[in-house]
Write a protein that binds this ligand. Structure first.
Ligand SMILES: Nc1ncnc2c1ncn2[C@@H]1O[C@H](COP(=O)(O)OP(=O)(O)O)[C@@H](O)[C@H]1O
Ligand SMILES: [Mg+2]
Length: 280
C-alpha cells in the first residue's frame, strides 16, 4: 500500500465513523466545521501535522457536488483555489487543503476595505485562472461565504456549482426558482432565471458585486421580486439606482464597476481588469 492508498483507507474509515461531531483516533483529530447545503465539512488534523478539509456527502444528498468540486479542483491550477488531496467523490467524500484566513464577512469589512486594491486584483486573477483552461470554467457561486483572505491573497472555495462555459443545456422556460427569494444576491439575473446564456460574465457580475458590497456595505442588487417580467423590471430599476449610488466614486471606478454589474449580460464586461486599473 503506498502512502496515498493508506491515507485513502484511513480517511474512508474516518468518514464511516463520522456520524459523530468529532473524534480523536490513531493520531487523527476530527472536528465538525459545519453542515453545508450539500455536504458536511470536517476539519481534520493528520498524524503528520497537516490540517485538511474532509467533505462528506450528506445522508440525504447526492455526490454530484463533490464530484464537481474534485473535477474542477483537479483541472484548475491556481494558488487561489484549495489544493485537492484525495478524490473519493464517488464514494461520498473528498479531502482538500484546509484554508485558514480572514473570512469575507460584514464584521471583517474594515479589514477588507483596507485591502481592497489587492482583493480586486486577486478576484480579476481568479477570473482569469478560471477561464485559462482549454474549456473555460464558470464558478457560479462567488460570494462572501465562499471567499477567504489568506496571507494577503484571496482564496475561492466551493466548486459545487461550477460548470464549463457553453455546457449548459437549454432550460424549460418559466422556471425561475430563485427569483424573489431575496437570497443569491451575488448572482446575476440570467443565473437567477436559469438562462442558457450564462457564460464567464456570471462570475464577473458576482465578483464585482463582492467589491461593491465591500465599498458600499451592501450588495448592488437584492432579488426581492418574483416573476420573470417583474423581477427584470426591478433589476433594471436597481441598475439605474447604481448610477446614483456610484456618483461619488472616481469616474473610472464608477464606469468600470457599472459595466461589470449590468443586468443584461450582453453589454457586461468579460473580465475585471478595468476595475483593477481604476484603483491604480
Ligand atoms: N478547504 C476548506 N478549508 C477551510 N474551510 C472550508 C474549506 N471548504 C469549505 N470550508 C468551510 O465550509 C463551508 C461550506 O463549504 P462549501 O464548500 O462552501 O459547501 P456548501 O456547498 O455547503 O456551501 C465554507 O463556507 C467554509 O467555511
Ligand atoms: Mg459555500
Amino acid at each position: 500500500m503506498n502512502k496515498n492508498e493508506l491515507l485513502q483507507s484511513a480517511m474512508k474509515a474516518l468518514a464511516l465513523k463520522l456520524e459523530l461531531d468529532s473524534c480523536s483516533t490513531d493520531g487523527f483529530r476530527v472536528q465538525r466545521w459545519g453542515i453545508g447545503g450539500q455536504s458536511v465539512v470536517y476539519e481534520v488534523d493528520l498524524p503528520d501535522g497537516r490540517r485538511v478539509c474532509l467533505k462528506l456527502v450528506r445522508d440525504d444528498g447526492t455526490t454530484i457536488h463533490l464530484e464537481r468540486e474534485s473535477y474542477f479542483l483537479r483541472i484548475l491550477h491556481s494558488k487561489h483555489f484549495p489544493r485537492l488531496i484525495l478524490d473519493a467523490a464517488r464514494d461520498g467524500f473528498i479531502v482538500e487543503e484546509w484554508v485558514e484566513g480572514v473570512p469575507f464577512s460584514f464584521k471583517s469589512r474594515p479589514f477588507l476595505l483596507r485591502n481592497l486594491k489587492v482583493i480586486a486584483r486577486d478576484l480579476a486573477q481568479v477570473l482569469q485562472d478560471l477561464t485559462a483552461t482549454s474549456l473555460a470554467v464558470l464558478h457560479r457561486d462567488i460570494k462572501p461565504n465562499n471567499l477567504y483572505f489568506r496571507e494577503g491573497e484571496v482564496v475561492v472555495l466551493d466548486f459545487g456549482s461550477a460548470e464549463h462555459e457553453g455546457a449548459r443545456a437549454p432550460v424549460q422556460p418559466n422556471v425561475f426558482l430563485k427569483l424573489g427569494r431575496g437570497t443569491h444576491v451575488f448572482q446575476p439575473f440570467e443565473q437567477l432565471a436559469s438562462q442558457p446564456t450564462q457564460d464567464r460574465r456570471v462570475d464577473v457580475f458576482a465578483a464585482a458585486s463582492v467589491i461593491f458590497a465591500i465599498i458600499e456595505g451592501r450588495p448592488p442588487y437584492d432579488n426581492a421580486q418574483s416573476g420573470y417580467a417583474e423581477a427584470l423590471a426591478y433589476y433594471e430599476s436597481k441598475e439605474r439606482e447604481l448610477v446614483r449610488v456610484l456618483k461619488s466614486r472616481p469616474p473610472r471606478l464608477r464606469t468600470a464597476l457599472f459595466n461589470a454589474l449590468l443586468v443584461d449580460s450582453k453589454g457586461r464586461s468579460t473580465d475585471l481588469w478595468d476595475v483593477v486599473n481604476a484603483f491604480e
